[in-house]
Design a binder for this molecule. Structure first.
Ligand SMILES: Cc1cc2nc3c(=O)[nH]c(=O)nc-3n(C[C@H](O)[C@H](O)[C@H](O)COP(=O)(O)O)c2cc1C
Length: 182
């Protein structure tokens, strides 16, 4: 009986591990930048998870040259994205201005945030378009110190029904021309 129980536990662990890996892989390969969003708030607990995925990114020398601003106040979100429906949030990624490799490190943090949002079932899209406004006119309101500059804004929101990678992702170049094996 004891042997059967151990075998059952190992079998379950392997099964669970396998499906978790596949789910993670699917989020990475099926990512897409959502253009349209449905209204509806994102619970604070989910925003916490999404931004903390950014703070878990690897960085050169583990210097972690970033800060994050989570904007969920509707009026302020609309100053970044005028067409944002209620409930959209924006995670702004700030890079330390003097940091070596800071832009590269912050790109990794940005990707983590973008993918974490999709792993939780939300739509997300990375933007550099609003950076002039964020680092300029909105800088004081967002409380960005002189040491840091925004390098990306990740919009997060609820997806309209039926919108997924199959219906929304842009095409990619054929991999045969991109990858060589030696
Ligand atoms: C660094 C970076 C900056 C981007 N900036 C913008 C932007 O300013 N405006 C925009 O509409 N999309 C922006 N995007 C989204 C890309 O256009 C999108 O990821 C790309 O076209 C792939 O399309 P897909 O997500 O539909 O597959 C940006 C993406 C990245 C990675």
């Amino acid at each position: 009986m004891k042997k059967f129980l151990i075998a059952f536990l190992v079998f379950t662990a392997v099964l669970t591990g396998g499906s978790a890996d596949e789910a993670a892989f699917s989020v990475i390969t099926n990512n897409f930048g959502a253009r349209n969003y449905a209204p509806g708030a994102i619970p604070k607990a989910d925003l916490d998870k999404i931004v903390s995925a950014g703070a878990r990114a690897p960085s050169a020398g583990n210097r972690q040259p970033w800060r994050f601003i989570v904007v969920s106040t509707s009026a302020l979100v609309k100053k970044v994205f005028r067409d944002a429906p209620d409930g959209n949030a924006v995670v702004i990624v700030l890079a330390r201005q003097t940091g070596r490799d800071a832009a590269f490190d912050c790109a990794l943090a940005t990707e983590n945030i973008y993918l974490a949002a999709q792993a939780l079932g939300y739509g997300s899209r990375i933007y550099v378009g609003p950076l002039n406004d964020i680092n300029g006119g909105l800088r004081n309101e967002l409380g960005i110190s002189r040491e840091f500059n925004a390098v990306a804004a990740v919009r997060v929101g609820r997806l309209p029904l039926g919108v997924d990678a199959a219906s929304s992702a842009s095409s990619r170049e054929p991999e045969s021309g991109l990858i060589t094996y030696k």
